[in-house]
Structures are given as structure tokens and as C-alpha cells.
Write a protein that binds this ligand. Sequence first.
Ligand SMILES: Cc1ncc(COP(=O)(O)O)c(C=O)c1O
Length: 399
Amino acid sequence: MFDSELLFSGAFKNLKGNIIRELYKYTTQPGFISFAGGNPSPQTFPNEILADLSAEVLRNNGVSCLQYGVSNGQMPLRQYVAETMTAEQVPTAVENVVITSGSQQTLDLLAKAVINPGDRILVESPTYVAALKIFSIYGAEVVAVESDDEGIIPQALKEELEKGPVKLIYLIPNFQNPTGITLSLERRKEIMDIVQHYNVIVIEDDPYGKLRYSGEAVPHLKTMDPQGQVVYMGSFSKIIAPGLRVAYAVCDEKIAQKLVLGKQNNDMHTPSLTQLIVYEYCKRGYLEPHIQECCKLYTQKRDTMLNMLDKYFPKEMHWIKPDGGLFLWSKLPEGYSAMKLLDYALPAKVAYVPGDSFFADESGINTMRLNFSTATEEDMEKGLKLLGEQIENYLRDSK
Ligand SMILES: Cc1ncc(COP(=O)(O)O)c(C=O)c1O
């Protein structure tokens, strides 16, 4: 009689788990080397300091961190975010800051606040897979805008905007997930010049921005935003620890109020305990040196991966050097499939993410994302040697 399948919403009936989760059943086997995940290195987690701060916060602020709290977030943390954004040339008042339970929640709240079924959303091609899922859960028509090895192409964005109303443009300008690409200052300026002529919100998702290993910092899109169209999304996940679930949105007050309404009806507020731990961590000056340590470690890992690719990947392969973040994007020659390559790689106990799931239009069959933050240097050499051999086998067998 009871059949839950008949009860699920249309959106959830068709919702599939993402490939990264599906690969877990392989990558958790002993001896498996995985470049598939997207986690920061657990080596970077400041466990001891966080343990001390947790105890202190609980002792000193017991009531405020154990009682229900305000939906927009703990005031000291909002003030801290406002000050740091202002220092980064984005004049910000506390009214512009909403603390969220991860940028993933910011995305969900924003999507819920603006999307009616059928609304058009423009995204880079490829883009963050969870954003694609969130937008489609709310019934949006997600349009992939033509992008190249330097990111989204401003003229292509303009052409899509000309075709009809668009609610959101979703961009990851720094060390993009999955490509690792950083949008140049010129492209940022061009994009902001274009969007100011349209009634559209631009999401600037920036969880990796502070993890830069080479090149110069590029100003946020939000610094070029006279009309308040940009919602800047920052997160402590990649620079302290994702398990804390503390992130923030910096945006126009009217949009901030809608996000807060969304939170009131969702998780009420981000846990005050983790907000206050993050605040104390930042206020006491731990964050900046910690980010420098993270960058040192990840620079080494990125460079090792680049060296190993030079050494072990066949010459037919192409890849993009990232200036920061956690990912490197690689391509097989046209006509080959990174999904098929998994049939070779998984038995050899090495994994990566086939890139097609990051494309709204299901292209990118020959692409793959390699994560360089978690494998040890030794595993990186072993794993990329194995992967290089399997690519050779696949290319040879497919001739
Ligand atoms: C581009 C992008 N946006 C958002 C998130 C989610 O981050 P958070 O842990 O803050 O929810 C991730 C996590 O990997 C990401 O890569």
C-alpha cells in the first residue's frame, strides 16, 4: 500500500547523488589513491586551538551559544566580516552581512528567494556541480554560457542576457571549481559593465579566494558593483574547517533581509557556538598566519601535481595550471571519454572526477577534475603514474 516513490516531489524524484559521492565506495577501499574529492587537507585543521577556543567560548558565553540565536548571525562575527570586506574595497555595514551554515546554504537560500520555475540562470561552463543541482531543484532553466581556458566569455554572457530575462548569474571568479581558472581583471570589468544594464543578481562565489599560490590578487566583482547587484559569498570552510559550517553573504540590505527570512524558516540560525569559535579565531589573529601555512602546503602539493603530470601524463593530454584553490582541470583529446577512462582507472585503484557532471549542457565528455589538496606527495606520484599508464592504455585500445 505505502509507496514513498509516489509521494516524492518531481524535483526529488529525478534528483541523483553526485558522481563524487558515488566514487566514495571505491575510493574508501584500502590502497586506493583518489584525486576525486574536494576536501581541504585535514593536515591544515587547527584542532588544538579550536579545542581551547571551544572550551573558552562555552565557559564565557554559555547562554548566548546554547540558547536560540538571531537568524542573521552573531554580531561580533558580522562586524568582523564587514571590516574585512571593507578592507578589501567592498564598503560593508553589518546590515549587509548574513552568516550562513556554509556557502552551500547561501546558494540554496538565494535560489529559493528568487527562482520561479522556468526562470533562466546563467552559469559558467563548467561550474560547481552542487549549484547546478540547487538551481534545478527550484525549477530553473540553467543555461551554460560559453567559456574558454580563461573562464566565462563576457560577450557570450551578453548574448544570453539579450535573449530574455535572467534572474541569476552564478560565477566563481577565483580558482574556479572545477577548472581552477581565475577570471582576469579585464573580464571582471567587462562583465560588470555588461550586467549593470540588466535587472539581474550576480552571485560571486568565493570559497577559495584566499588560497592563492601564484600571481596577484584580483579585485572582487563586488568592488565594481555600484547598484548592489552582486551577492558575495565567503566561507571559512576551506581556510579553517568545513565541519564548522560557517560562511557569509555580503549583499544589498534588501537581499540580505530575504536571506534572513529564508534562514528563519530553515535552520533558524547557524550554530552560535561555531560562529563564536570562528570569531575568536579571527579576532585573536590566528587566521592570517594559518592561511599562509595552508598556502605553503598547497603550493607544494600543486607543484608536485604539475611536475607529476609533466612526467607521467601522455603528451596528448592538456591541463591548466591553477594559481590557487584545490583543483586542476585536465582534458583528454577530443572524442575520448573521461567516464570510460574510469573503467581503466578504478581497477588500477586510482580515481578522479569525470568532468561532464560539471556542465549544465552535459558536454565536457573528455574532461576531468583532479584534486591536489589531500593526497600525500608519495601517493600523488604513485597515483598519477598509474593514471598516466591507464590513459595510455585507454587511448591505445580506442584507436
Ligand atoms: C564553488 C563552491 N561553492 C560553495 C561550496 C560550499 O562551501 P561551504 O562549505 O561553505 O558550504 C564549495 C565546496 O566545495 C565550492 O566548491
